[in-house]
Design a protein around this ligand. Structure first.
Ligand SMILES: CC(C)(COP(=O)(O)OP(=O)(O)OC[C@H]1O[C@@H](n2cnc3c(N)ncnc32)[C@H](O)[C@@H]1OP(=O)(O)O)[C@@H](O)C(=O)NCCC(=O)NCCS
Length: 212
């Protein structure tokens, strides 16, 4: 996936985890329970830390703060409060991983996902999990929460870009229903192409098709 940065550098965020991972160490044990909640502005610094640890180039706290101020964005964070071992959506009644409104802040941020609401479609701006929390199901829960948020906003589909070399992310997206829809040559600053992936909302898209 890629994120256009707005500080004039023209850089994009993406890719498998890279240098900087040593700068983020989450506290507590890796089996502590993880919950999802909407991101708040106070999370901007934590998002920047995780971005720096997982993506080159990355977004800083100012960029995330600006993102979190926008009405056409949906950011969700995975937070650890301590104890237990399961990953849960913010709203325990939502099996689709949607983010509930009860948990409005707090906890240690260990992952985030960001979605832009465009003209009828969503675009995944970022998805990342702190290196020492990866491979525990958090990325999948965050992605499902973004897809649920897209559906709640009546988005018919969701797009994203991913590096062909990012096997873990590609596996995750494929397993959540994303399909390859194109390739953007030399998309990333290092010259790697991007794969363009699409996910079609099962009911919103069907409704649109019926109207057409
Ligand atoms: C991609 C990323 C968000 C996935 O989050 P995660 O919490 O590690 O992933 P999950 O634990 O939810 O696992 C998702 C799937 O990937 C697999 N997976 C996770 N880590 C893996 C690894 N290191 N090697 C092989 N498979 C792995 C899991 O087995 C799971 O598949 P399964 O359910 O079929 O078994 C995370 O690895 C990350 O932050 N990477 C760096 C940033 C990045 O690349 N973001 C995406 C940019 S497009």
């Amino acid at each position: 996936m890629a994120v256009e940065v707005t500080d004039g550098a023209g850089s994009r965020e993406d890719g498998p985890q890279t240098g900087g991972a040593d700068r983020v160490r989450t506290t507590g044990d890796a089996s502590a329970p993880v919950r999802l909640r909407p991101a708040v502005r106070a999370d901007a610094a934590a998002l920047a830390e995780i971005s720096r640890a997982t993506s080159t180039p990355s977004w800083n706290a100012r960029m995330f703060g600006a993102e979190l101020d926008r009405d056409d964005r949906r950011y969700v964070v995975a937070v650890v409060h301590g104890g237990g071992g399961e990953v849960r959506g913010g709203d325990a009644d939502r099996a689709d991983g949607a983010v509930g409104g009860a948990d409005r802040g707090g906890g240690e941020v260990v992952g985030y996902g960001g979605l832009a609401l465009l003209a009828g479609d969503g675009h995944v701006l970022g998805l990342a999990v702190a290196p020492d929390r990866q491979a525990h199901g958090i990325g999948r829960q965050l992605l499902l929460a973004l897809l649920a948020a897209a559906g709640d906003a009546s988005m018919a589909g969701v797009t994203l870009e991913v590096r062909p070399s990012n096997g873990v992310a590609r596996h995750l997206y494929r397993s959540c229903g994303f399909e390859e829809a194109g390739r953007r040559p030399h998309y990333y600053p290092d010259g790697e192409d991007a794969l363009l992936l699409w996910w079609h909302h099962p009911t919103v898209a069907a409704t649109d098709r019926e109207r057409a």
